[in-house]
Design a protein around this ligand. Structure first.
Ligand SMILES: Cc1cc2nc3c(=O)[nH]c(=O)nc-3n(C[C@H](O)[C@H](O)[C@H](O)COP(=O)(O)O)c2cc1C
Ligand code: SF4
Ligand code: SF4
Length: 302
Protein backbone atom coordinates (compact mmCIF):
# COMPACT_ATOMS: atom_id res chain seq x y z
CA UNK A 1 0.00 0.00 0.00
CA UNK A 2 1.19 3.54 -0.78
CA UNK A 3 0.46 7.10 0.36
CA UNK A 4 2.03 10.42 -0.55
CA UNK A 5 1.68 12.08 2.87
CA UNK A 6 4.41 14.34 4.21
CA UNK A 7 6.16 13.15 7.34
CA UNK A 8 8.45 14.97 9.78
CA UNK A 9 10.56 12.71 12.00
CA UNK A 10 12.36 14.44 14.89
CA UNK A 11 14.73 12.60 17.21
CA UNK A 12 16.91 13.13 20.23
CA UNK A 13 19.48 10.35 20.32
CA UNK A 14 22.48 10.71 22.69
CA UNK A 15 24.08 7.37 21.70
CA UNK A 16 22.68 7.06 18.17
CA UNK A 17 20.32 4.06 18.45
CA UNK A 18 17.11 6.07 18.12
CA UNK A 19 18.61 7.87 15.13
CA UNK A 20 19.49 4.53 13.52
CA UNK A 21 15.91 3.32 14.03
CA UNK A 22 14.60 6.61 12.59
CA UNK A 23 16.72 6.14 9.47
CA UNK A 24 15.25 2.65 9.01
CA UNK A 25 11.76 4.16 9.36
CA UNK A 26 12.61 6.92 6.89
CA UNK A 27 13.71 4.41 4.26
CA UNK A 28 10.62 2.27 4.68
CA UNK A 29 8.40 5.39 4.44
CA UNK A 30 10.11 6.63 1.28
CA UNK A 31 9.61 3.15 -0.27
CA UNK A 32 5.85 3.64 0.31
CA UNK A 33 5.77 7.01 -1.45
CA UNK A 34 5.89 9.30 1.61
CA UNK A 35 7.92 12.53 1.61
CA UNK A 36 10.07 12.40 4.71
CA UNK A 37 12.09 15.00 6.61
CA UNK A 38 14.34 13.55 9.33
CA UNK A 39 15.67 16.05 11.89
CA UNK A 40 18.13 15.08 14.60
CA UNK A 41 18.27 17.70 17.37
CA UNK A 42 21.10 15.96 19.27
CA UNK A 43 24.01 18.38 19.89
CA UNK A 44 22.21 21.15 18.02
CA UNK A 45 23.67 24.52 19.03
CA UNK A 46 20.42 26.50 18.74
CA UNK A 47 18.55 23.97 20.87
CA UNK A 48 21.16 23.25 23.52
CA UNK A 49 23.51 26.25 23.59
CA UNK A 50 20.90 28.96 23.05
CA UNK A 51 17.99 27.05 24.63
CA UNK A 52 15.69 27.84 21.70
CA UNK A 53 13.87 24.60 20.94
CA UNK A 54 10.63 26.26 19.76
CA UNK A 55 12.47 28.64 17.46
CA UNK A 56 14.57 25.81 16.03
CA UNK A 57 11.47 23.75 15.28
CA UNK A 58 9.61 26.72 13.78
CA UNK A 59 12.54 27.48 11.46
CA UNK A 60 13.46 23.93 10.48
CA UNK A 61 10.42 21.66 10.42
CA UNK A 62 8.81 21.59 6.99
CA UNK A 63 5.02 21.38 6.36
CA UNK A 64 3.78 17.87 7.09
CA UNK A 65 0.69 15.75 7.73
CA UNK A 66 2.28 13.44 10.32
CA UNK A 67 4.92 14.13 12.94
CA UNK A 68 6.96 11.32 14.53
CA UNK A 69 9.04 12.09 17.63
CA UNK A 70 11.55 9.53 18.90
CA UNK A 71 13.90 9.29 21.85
CA UNK A 72 15.30 6.84 24.38
CA UNK A 73 13.76 5.51 27.56
CA UNK A 74 15.67 6.81 30.60
CA UNK A 75 14.68 5.40 33.98
CA UNK A 76 11.32 4.25 32.62
CA UNK A 77 10.47 7.73 31.28
CA UNK A 78 10.55 9.25 27.81
CA UNK A 79 13.90 11.09 27.94
CA UNK A 80 13.39 14.72 29.03
CA UNK A 81 14.81 16.45 25.96
CA UNK A 82 12.71 14.25 23.68
CA UNK A 83 9.71 15.33 25.78
CA UNK A 84 10.71 18.96 25.24
CA UNK A 85 10.41 18.48 21.48
CA UNK A 86 6.72 17.60 21.82
CA UNK A 87 6.09 20.30 24.44
CA UNK A 88 7.51 22.93 22.06
CA UNK A 89 5.29 21.96 19.08
CA UNK A 90 2.87 24.66 17.92
CA UNK A 91 -0.79 23.61 17.67
CA UNK A 92 -1.78 22.05 14.33
CA UNK A 93 -2.42 24.43 11.42
CA UNK A 94 -1.70 24.48 7.69
CA UNK A 95 2.00 23.73 8.29
CA UNK A 96 1.81 21.56 11.41
CA UNK A 97 -0.16 18.36 10.79
CA UNK A 98 -2.63 16.82 13.21
CA UNK A 99 -1.38 13.23 13.15
CA UNK A 100 1.34 12.09 15.54
CA UNK A 101 3.40 9.03 16.37
CA UNK A 102 5.78 8.61 19.32
CA UNK A 103 8.49 5.96 19.24
CA UNK A 104 11.04 4.92 21.84
CA UNK A 105 14.19 2.85 21.90
CA UNK A 106 15.19 1.18 25.15
CA UNK A 107 17.75 -1.24 26.51
CA UNK A 108 15.34 -4.17 26.61
CA UNK A 109 14.60 -3.91 30.32
CA UNK A 110 11.58 -1.71 30.69
CA UNK A 111 9.73 1.06 28.91
CA UNK A 112 7.29 1.49 31.84
CA UNK A 113 5.53 4.83 31.22
CA UNK A 114 7.67 6.28 28.38
CA UNK A 115 5.22 5.83 25.49
CA UNK A 116 2.29 6.91 27.65
CA UNK A 117 4.09 10.15 28.54
CA UNK A 118 4.88 10.88 24.90
CA UNK A 119 1.30 10.11 23.81
CA UNK A 120 -0.19 12.31 26.54
CA UNK A 121 2.09 15.20 25.53
CA UNK A 122 1.05 14.88 21.89
CA UNK A 123 -2.59 14.89 22.96
CA UNK A 124 -2.02 18.10 24.94
CA UNK A 125 -0.52 19.66 21.81
CA UNK A 126 -3.83 18.77 20.09
CA UNK A 127 -2.41 15.93 18.02
CA UNK A 128 -4.10 12.59 17.28
CA UNK A 129 -1.82 9.69 18.27
CA UNK A 130 -2.30 7.18 15.47
CA UNK A 131 0.26 4.55 16.56
CA UNK A 132 3.27 4.09 18.83
CA UNK A 133 6.33 1.87 18.68
CA UNK A 134 8.94 0.57 21.10
CA UNK A 135 12.18 -1.03 19.91
CA UNK A 136 14.44 -3.10 22.16
CA UNK A 137 18.02 -2.08 21.26
CA UNK A 138 21.49 -1.95 22.78
CA UNK A 139 21.48 -0.86 26.40
CA UNK A 140 24.00 1.91 26.05
CA UNK A 141 24.97 1.82 29.73
CA UNK A 142 26.33 -1.74 29.30
CA UNK A 143 28.96 -0.67 26.76
CA UNK A 144 31.88 -1.02 29.18
CA UNK A 145 30.43 -3.78 31.36
CA UNK A 146 31.33 -7.48 31.23
CA UNK A 147 27.85 -8.27 29.85
CA UNK A 148 26.11 -6.31 27.12
CA UNK A 149 22.38 -6.17 26.67
CA UNK A 150 21.02 -6.36 23.12
CA UNK A 151 24.41 -5.75 21.53
CA UNK A 152 24.34 -4.61 17.85
CA UNK A 153 20.63 -3.78 17.93
CA UNK A 154 18.78 -2.21 16.18
CA UNK A 155 19.69 -4.35 13.20
CA UNK A 156 17.92 -6.76 10.88
CA UNK A 157 15.69 -8.07 13.70
CA UNK A 158 13.99 -4.63 13.81
CA UNK A 159 12.89 -4.69 10.14
CA UNK A 160 9.61 -6.63 10.61
CA UNK A 161 8.44 -4.33 13.42
CA UNK A 162 9.39 -1.18 11.53
CA UNK A 163 7.71 -2.54 8.38
CA UNK A 164 4.52 -3.26 10.35
CA UNK A 165 4.69 0.23 11.84
CA UNK A 166 5.07 1.99 8.49
CA UNK A 167 2.50 -0.22 6.73
CA UNK A 168 -0.06 0.62 9.43
CA UNK A 169 0.77 4.33 9.22
CA UNK A 170 0.12 4.09 5.47
CA UNK A 171 -3.30 2.49 5.99
CA UNK A 172 -4.35 5.08 8.59
CA UNK A 173 -3.07 7.99 6.49
CA UNK A 174 -5.36 6.87 3.66
CA UNK A 175 -8.45 7.35 5.87
CA UNK A 176 -10.43 10.58 6.25
CA UNK A 177 -9.19 12.71 9.19
CA UNK A 178 -12.66 12.54 10.78
CA UNK A 179 -12.39 8.72 10.92
CA UNK A 180 -9.02 8.65 12.73
CA UNK A 181 -9.17 8.09 16.49
CA UNK A 182 -6.54 8.79 19.15
CA UNK A 183 -5.13 5.47 20.43
CA UNK A 184 -2.82 6.70 23.22
CA UNK A 185 -4.61 4.56 25.84
CA UNK A 186 -3.01 1.51 24.17
CA UNK A 187 0.42 2.76 25.35
CA UNK A 188 -0.52 1.81 28.89
CA UNK A 189 0.59 -1.79 28.31
CA UNK A 190 3.01 -2.37 31.21
CA UNK A 191 1.54 -4.09 34.27
CA UNK A 192 1.07 -2.03 37.41
CA UNK A 193 3.85 -3.02 39.83
CA UNK A 194 6.56 -1.43 41.97
CA UNK A 195 8.49 -0.11 38.96
CA UNK A 196 5.50 1.57 37.37
CA UNK A 197 4.48 2.97 40.73
CA UNK A 198 8.05 4.32 41.20
CA UNK A 199 8.10 5.92 37.74
CA UNK A 200 4.73 7.55 38.28
CA UNK A 201 5.73 8.81 41.69
CA UNK A 202 9.25 10.01 40.88
CA UNK A 203 10.14 12.24 37.98
CA UNK A 204 12.98 11.33 35.69
CA UNK A 205 15.51 13.71 37.26
CA UNK A 206 14.98 12.31 40.74
CA UNK A 207 15.15 8.69 39.53
CA UNK A 208 18.38 9.49 37.72
CA UNK A 209 19.83 10.96 40.89
CA UNK A 210 18.91 7.78 42.77
CA UNK A 211 20.41 5.57 40.03
CA UNK A 212 23.54 7.68 39.54
CA UNK A 213 24.33 9.39 42.83
CA UNK A 214 27.67 10.59 41.48
CA UNK A 215 27.40 12.77 38.42
CA UNK A 216 30.15 12.83 35.85
CA UNK A 217 33.51 13.84 37.27
CA UNK A 218 36.58 14.79 35.21
CA UNK A 219 40.06 14.10 36.47
CA UNK A 220 41.92 17.07 35.03
CA UNK A 221 45.32 15.54 35.86
CA UNK A 222 44.59 12.59 33.56
CA UNK A 223 42.85 14.64 30.81
CA UNK A 224 44.93 15.05 27.61
CA UNK A 225 42.62 17.72 26.16
CA UNK A 226 41.41 15.73 23.12
CA UNK A 227 37.96 17.41 23.24
CA UNK A 228 35.98 14.20 22.58
CA UNK A 229 33.82 14.59 25.68
CA UNK A 230 32.75 18.09 24.60
CA UNK A 231 32.09 16.84 21.06
CA UNK A 232 30.01 13.83 22.15
CA UNK A 233 27.90 15.52 24.85
CA UNK A 234 24.35 15.41 23.42
CA UNK A 235 23.33 18.58 25.28
CA UNK A 236 26.56 20.55 24.59
CA UNK A 237 27.50 21.07 28.22
CA UNK A 238 31.23 21.58 27.68
CA UNK A 239 33.54 23.92 25.86
CA UNK A 240 37.26 23.43 25.56
CA UNK A 241 38.90 26.32 27.37
CA UNK A 242 42.70 26.43 27.60
CA UNK A 243 42.73 22.86 26.31
CA UNK A 244 40.43 21.44 29.02
CA UNK A 245 36.68 20.73 29.07
CA UNK A 246 34.74 23.25 31.14
CA UNK A 247 31.01 23.21 31.81
CA UNK A 248 29.83 26.50 30.34
CA UNK A 249 26.23 25.61 29.50
CA UNK A 250 23.94 26.64 32.32
CA UNK A 251 20.63 26.03 30.53
CA UNK A 252 21.00 22.24 30.56
CA UNK A 253 22.21 19.62 32.98
CA UNK A 254 23.95 16.28 32.60
CA UNK A 255 21.50 13.57 31.56
CA UNK A 256 23.89 10.72 32.52
CA UNK A 257 23.98 9.35 28.99
CA UNK A 258 27.62 8.25 29.55
CA UNK A 259 28.79 9.37 26.10
CA UNK A 260 31.72 11.35 27.58
CA UNK A 261 32.63 8.47 29.87
CA UNK A 262 32.52 5.91 27.04
CA UNK A 263 34.54 8.05 24.62
CA UNK A 264 37.31 9.47 26.83
CA UNK A 265 40.47 7.79 25.50
CA UNK A 266 42.39 7.97 28.81
CA UNK A 267 39.66 7.13 31.34
CA UNK A 268 39.70 10.64 32.83
CA UNK A 269 35.92 10.66 33.28
CA UNK A 270 34.18 8.73 36.01
CA UNK A 271 30.58 7.61 36.18
CA UNK A 272 29.37 5.22 38.84
CA UNK A 273 28.66 2.30 36.54
CA UNK A 274 31.36 -0.14 37.43
CA UNK A 275 29.54 -2.50 39.77
CA UNK A 276 28.21 -5.38 37.64
CA UNK A 277 25.11 -5.64 39.80
CA UNK A 278 24.31 -1.99 39.08
CA UNK A 279 20.54 -1.33 39.12
CA UNK A 280 18.93 -4.29 37.27
CA UNK A 281 21.53 -4.29 34.51
CA UNK A 282 23.29 -7.52 35.41
CA UNK A 283 21.67 -10.75 34.23
CA UNK A 284 22.69 -12.06 37.69
CA UNK A 285 20.49 -9.54 39.50
CA UNK A 286 17.11 -10.78 40.74
CA UNK A 287 15.66 -7.53 39.34
CA UNK A 288 16.92 -8.23 35.83
CA UNK A 289 13.84 -8.98 33.73
CA UNK A 290 13.62 -8.30 30.00
CA UNK A 291 10.36 -6.78 28.76
CA UNK A 292 8.30 -9.04 26.53
CA UNK A 293 7.79 -8.56 23.65
CA UNK A 294 10.99 -6.59 23.20
CA UNK A 295 9.69 -4.61 20.24
CA UNK A 296 6.10 -3.87 19.30
CA UNK A 297 3.66 -1.52 17.61
CA UNK A 298 0.71 -0.18 19.64
CA UNK A 299 -2.20 -0.72 19.59
CA UNK A 300 -1.29 -4.36 19.11
CA UNK A 301 -2.39 -6.43 16.15
CA UNK A 302 -5.20 -4.19 14.83
C1 LIG B 1 20.53 7.27 31.98
C2 LIG B 1 19.98 6.09 31.22
C3 LIG B 1 18.85 5.45 31.69
C4 LIG B 1 18.32 4.37 30.98
N1 LIG B 1 17.20 3.77 31.46
C5 LIG B 1 16.69 2.70 30.81
C6 LIG B 1 15.52 2.05 31.29
O1 LIG B 1 14.88 2.48 32.26
N2 LIG B 1 15.09 0.93 30.66
C7 LIG B 1 15.75 0.42 29.57
O2 LIG B 1 15.34 -0.62 29.08
N3 LIG B 1 16.84 1.05 29.04
C8 LIG B 1 17.31 2.17 29.63
N4 LIG B 1 18.41 2.82 29.11
C9 LIG B 1 18.98 2.36 27.82
C10 LIG B 1 18.55 3.26 26.66
O3 LIG B 1 17.13 3.47 26.69
C11 LIG B 1 18.90 2.66 25.29
O4 LIG B 1 20.23 2.31 25.23
C12 LIG B 1 18.51 3.65 24.17
O5 LIG B 1 18.46 2.97 22.97
C13 LIG B 1 19.50 4.79 24.02
O6 LIG B 1 19.04 5.60 22.94
P1 LIG B 1 20.04 6.47 22.05
O7 LIG B 1 21.12 5.54 21.54
O8 LIG B 1 19.19 7.00 20.95
O9 LIG B 1 20.60 7.52 22.94
C14 LIG B 1 18.95 3.90 29.79
C15 LIG B 1 20.10 4.56 29.33
C16 LIG B 1 20.61 5.63 30.02
C17 LIG B 1 21.85 6.32 29.49
S1 SF4 C 1 28.29 15.34 30.59
FE1 SF4 C 1 28.65 13.28 29.79
S2 SF4 C 1 27.09 11.96 30.74
FE2 SF4 C 1 26.47 14.11 31.03
S3 SF4 C 1 25.11 14.56 29.30
FE3 SF4 C 1 27.17 15.19 28.66
S4 SF4 C 1 28.06 13.39 27.65
FE4 SF4 C 1 26.24 12.70 28.78
S1 SF4 D 1 37.58 13.06 26.48
FE1 SF4 D 1 38.91 12.76 28.29
S2 SF4 D 1 40.92 13.35 27.59
FE2 SF4 D 1 39.51 14.14 26.06
S3 SF4 D 1 39.13 16.24 26.76
FE3 SF4 D 1 37.53 14.96 27.65
S4 SF4 D 1 38.31 14.40 29.68
FE4 SF4 D 1 40.03 15.18 28.49
Amino acid sequence: MKTNIKVAIIVFSPSGHTLKAAKMMEKSMIDRGMQVQLLDITRNETVFRENKMAQYLEENVEPHDLICVGGPVYAGHFEGNAMKIIKALPYPDKKWGKLAVPFVTYGGLHTIIALTEAGDLFYRRKRINILGMKLGVFHTLTKKLAFRINENKPGKESFPVIEEFVERITKIANKKLSEIKDIRKSFNYTPFGPEKFGSKLFGQKLLRKIMFPKVVEINYDKCIGCGLCAERCPVNLYEMIDGKPQKTNFYFECICCAECYHNCPVGAISLDLKKPEHHHLSPESKHHKMESPQSAVYPKGV
